[in-house]
Ligand binder design. Sequence first.
Ligand code: F3S
Length: 300
Amino acid sequence: MRSVRLAESAGFCFGVRRAVDMVYGLLETGERDICTLGPVIHNKSVIRDLEQRGVRVVDTPQQAAPGSVLVIRAHGVPRDVFDECERRGVRTVDTTCPFVQKIHRLVSQASKEGRTVLIVGHADHPEVQGIVGHCGRSFVVKDLEQLQALSADIPGLCTAPALMVAQTTLKGDVWQKCSEYGEKVYTNLIVSDTICNATYLRQADSVRLASECDAMIVLGSSESSNSNRLYELCREVCSHTYFCEQISEIPAQELAPYQMIGITAGASTPAYIIKEAIQTMEETNKEMLQNSNEEISFEQ
Ligand code: F3S
C-alpha cells in the first residue's frame, strides 16, 4: 500500500504565527508606513504578499524613516536597536517571540549579576545576535568542540560565575552534550535549557515519522534555521530526505519509487504550502494508481 503521512506538529509555530498576525493586524488598523527589520518570516510568498500591501523589508533601523513603524520580528534584536529607533523617531512594534523575550530577561539579569553568558547556537543567526545584544560579557559556541576549545583558551572561564542558554532552535543532542560538559567542568554555572518546546516537538515528531518512511519531505526555506535542523535530523534516519520550499521543486518521478512518504514543515512554513504538497502528491498518486492498480492512503 502506498501512503503519505504528515508529521503532527508540522508548520507555523506559535511565535511565527503571532508575528505574522501582528503585521497583518497593523495593516488592518490602517497603518501605512510599515517596514520590518529583516523578513518577518522565512517564506517568500508571505513576504511577497506583505510587499504588495506596502510592507517594506529593511536591513537596518537607519533605513526606516522617522515617523514610520518598524516591526521587530520574532527572532528579537539587540537592545540598542530600540534605543536607536527612539532616537530617530521611529515607532517600533515588537513581535519578539515570548520564549525569546524570556532568554533576553535571563541573560540581562545574569549580566547584571556579573555572570558571563555562554550561548549555544549559531553566531550568525539573528536570534543569537539579538541575545548577545542583551548580555554583558558573552561567548557563542555552536557545539561541544567549540565549547571545549573556548573553555581551554579563556583563562578562568570555567570558574567564573556564568549562565549557559541555548538558541531556541538548537538541536537537542548538541544542547545535551554542551550542558553536560558545562555541569561537569564549570564550577559556578547556571544551566538554563531555553530550547523552544515547539522545536522539540516538531523535531521529535518529524524524526519519528522519518524513521518509519522510505522518503521524507521537509518543507521550509533554506534560510530558516529550524527547517535546516529538521532536514539534518530527518536525513540521519531516512537517507531519502528532500528539502524544498514548495513541493513543485521535487519532480514527481523522483518520489515514484517510495511506498511510504512522510511530510514535515518548518516553523515558518504556511499551512497552504503543506496542503499544496499533500494535494499534489494525492494527484500524482491517483495518476500512478490508474496506471498500476496500487492502493493509496493518506494519513495525518
Ligand atoms: Fe518562538 Fe519557538 Fe517559534 S521560540 S518563534 S515558538 S520556534
